[in-house]
Design a protein around this ligand. Structure first.
Ligand code: NAD
Length: 287
């Protein structure tokens, strides 16, 4: 039994879900949480999600062996800067849960250069369009990929330690470079949110001409646009944090739209059939 103190900074959906999983998996750990507003702190204590809460980040940080930041990425970078000014425990292990990794890992490497802190970027790839600790769930990450991005501030044994702390998330841990993480999640997560929001805005614009349109938004449209209900704060921030990869995906996708438009203009029905058939086959092979 090791008596670690884990600080969950930011008690939102992701912070709350991580706190629940860590505490249930390691009953010997002391789990503390920082949150600026009181209602999530009260909820977390009432629900026994954590052992201690405070709005005093520094007071909790100096007592922690492990600190996990669960804020929008730019804010997590601001909190890293605050951490660097504090008398932290020797070899404190710091991680985060943000949806992009290049910016924060580069920031951590600069901010903590020459200091004894360790840093590993983290991205648990499960979530919801809901926000806040009230929606948190210890099973949120079960069977989901949890990407860990090592940095110049971490060694393999540090990754093993973090995986052990997070083991009760029952996530599938994968190590990627921050650059590869941001390129791949642009394709599978960030760009699809741009498409979903565009589909909704496009339908709304068209409904100005034909008002009954939105009533006809049935299964396919609903399936493709569920994620358009996600937090605009979060998604604006993600696009600003991974711009080059998302612009590249928009360019690639624009070319694909131009190709299918051309096939339709030329009434090339066999090629159009191939277009759908290729996608159907590829989709059925996807995990
Ligand atoms: P959330 O809105 O539920 O929680 C955000 C947290 O940040 C809250 O604790 C809030 O109090 C805190 N916060 C916001 N602004 C603050 C400020 N100025 N000062 C102090 N605290 C502030 O969001 P979430 O879904 O838990 O997202 C947290 C991180 O996890 C984000 O970086 C997000 O990209 C990432 N993430 C989200 C999902 C998802 O689907 N929701 C999935 C994986 C990763």
């Amino acid at each position: 039994m090791s008596q670690k103190t884990i600080l969950i900074a930011g008690l939102g959906l992701i912070g709350g879900s991580l706190a629940r999983a860590i505490k249930l998996g390691h009953t010997d750990y002391h789990v503390s949480a920082y949150n600026r507003s009181q209602a999530p702190r009260d909820f977390a204590i009432q629900e026994k999600i954590v052992d201690e809460v405070s709005d005093d980040f520094a007071a909790l940080a100096v007592k922690a062996d492990v600190i996990i930041l669960n804020f929008p990425v730019q804010l997590s970078i601001d909190f890293l800067k605050k951490l660097a000014t504090l008398p932290l425990k020797e070899n404190v292990l710091i991680s985060d849960s943000g949806s992009t990794k290049t910016e924060i890992v580069a920031a951590a490497e600069t901010i903590f250069a020459g200091k004894s802190a360790r840093f590993i970027g983290g991205h648990p790839m499960a979530g919801s369009h809901k926000t806040g600790v009230i929606a948190s769930d210890e099973l949120l990450f079960e069977n989901a990929y949890y990407i860990l991005t090592p940095s110049t501030l971490s060694e393999p044994k540090d990754l093993a330690e973090l995986k052990d702390i997070l083991s009760n998330t029952r996530a599938k841990f994968v190590e990627l470079s921050p650059k590869d993480h941001d390129a791949m999640t642009a394709v599978t997560s960030h760009f699809p949110h741009v498409v979903a929001a565009s589909l909704v805005n496009n339908a709304h614009d068209f409904a100005q001409l034909m008002p009954f349109t939105e009533n006809l938004a049935a299964g396919g449209f609903r399936d493709m646009t569920r994620i358009a209900e996600s937090s605009p704060d979060m998604w604006a921030e993600i696009l600003m944090s991974n711009p080059d990869n998302i612009i590249y995906q928009i360019d690639q996708f624009s070319q694909k739209l131009a190709q299918i438009k051309q096939l339709i203009v030329q009434r090339q029905s066999a090629e159009i059939w191939d277009f759908f058939d290729q996608a159907r086959k590829l989709r059925s092979l996807m995990p």
